[in-house]
Design a protein around this ligand. Sequence first.
Ligand code: NAP
Length: 483
Amino acid sequence: MVARVIPVETFDLVIFGGTGDLARRKILPSLFRRMRAGQMPKDARVIGTARGKMTKKAYQTLIREALEEFIKPENRTDEDVDAFVGQLDYVMLDAKGDDGWEDLGKKLREGETRAFYLSVGPSLFGVIAQQLSKRGLATPKSRIVVEKPLGHDLGSAQELNAQLSTCFTESQIYRIDHYLGKETVQNLMALRFANALFEPLWSAQHVDHVQITVAETIGVEGRGGYYDKSGAMRDMIQNHLMQLLCLTAMEPPARFEPNAVRDEKLKVIRALDPVPPSDTVRGQYRASIDDGSYLEHVDNQDSRTESFVAIKTQISNWRWAGTPFYLRTGKKLRARMSEIAIIFKDVPHSIFPEVEEKRGNALIIRLQPDEGITLRMTIKEPGPGGMRLKEVPLDMTFADALGPQVEVADAYERLIMDVIRGNQTLFMRGDEVEAAWEWTDAILAAWANSSGRPQPYDPGGSGPEDALALLHRDGRRWREIEA
Ligand code: NAP
């Protein structure tokens, strides 16, 4: 099956931080894959910028090496790599200074779409936006792309939004949450709104509860300094898990159109109840045989920053009142796995009383490792010997269902092309980000005001004991963390 490729008009893409990790590992390899798919116009230009002194040729070599590192040999040819790097240029520029901006201006074409991707630290977002505006580089056909961290709390997120909006209109600002670019996440919308089957069941009347899990096996590694100021709540819940919660819980938008979708997501965030501290669990991982504990990776030996968090939250609206949403994310867990699990209620009356353990149907939307959707059903075990029931999955792993030749596109491929096309549906609006911070800040403030500490947990498991208890006390249990 060949995926349909919608052509885009030519563009100038400027990557601030064009020599950095994100640019080399994600942005440029994603663009390369789009070029191979035939979606990148031959006259499109990509201009990397950074403070480092480098010729255009040296930059092309740097990116050639990045493609060799991050794109499998079977997915690239020398010819394609040559063609791609031929479209790259470089400008030495200090975001905070005066040098380089004129050079950049000379390289940009009048009248074409301009995308400015800010792949730099967040302290430079406002500075670069102002420079672009001051130097007349931000045209009406320009877009600016930023990604997490979009602030540290509500105040800083408001400040960032204010800085961006003095230079760009909201329709020009693209706030990336790469989870929204994942195929399964978009499929969640197709599943809900293009099938008659699920939507009538999609409410507190039929759904017992929802579990959203993003589990990592890695620890903070060399990022202890950054992570200790952030923690799982800011790094994962406020953005990625919140976005997954919104898409799961939102009302059907009137149209699949940016503001219609984002209005519905915002309504979900605004309907979230304040979370009492007793419905939250914080954890910090202990040492393992081959790695130190969380505290051994950070300077502050009294740190109360959480490397794991579990939260029970409720959405106070007609659709969801009474159905808890359990969110959980952490480092150093048993497996790398992300999923949304919709657990349906049991049948109202069982005609098979001999079946002791009742487990309702469940719809599992798996984001990683293998993107796909599974529906857990109960059927009769084949063969004679009475009515024995068995749980079976109706499985649709994309690679199996659609054929191995359909490579699941990286989230960045979709999102970068959406920026060029001017489609903001899968990007967060400023008010959404602020509302998510408001909810997050209240939980963080309650933690800061309590004398409690994160509960230690062993690496390679499913988090602290209290996280299990959070569901046990409601007569429920977490799904296994497994790859
Ligand atoms: P990085 O590897 O440290 O790269 C930073 C880039 O910015 C370099 O190219 C650097 O080059 C350039 N730069 C720094 N100061 C500059 C200045 N004053 N003027 C112009 N250029 C400057 O960082 P990264 O990991 O790519 O991350 C970039 C941003 O994306 C960060 O905000 C990060 O939080 C976010 N992010 C990263 C990832 C990831 O996987 N890496 C994922 C999600 C979000 P020079 O030093 O030569 O100037």
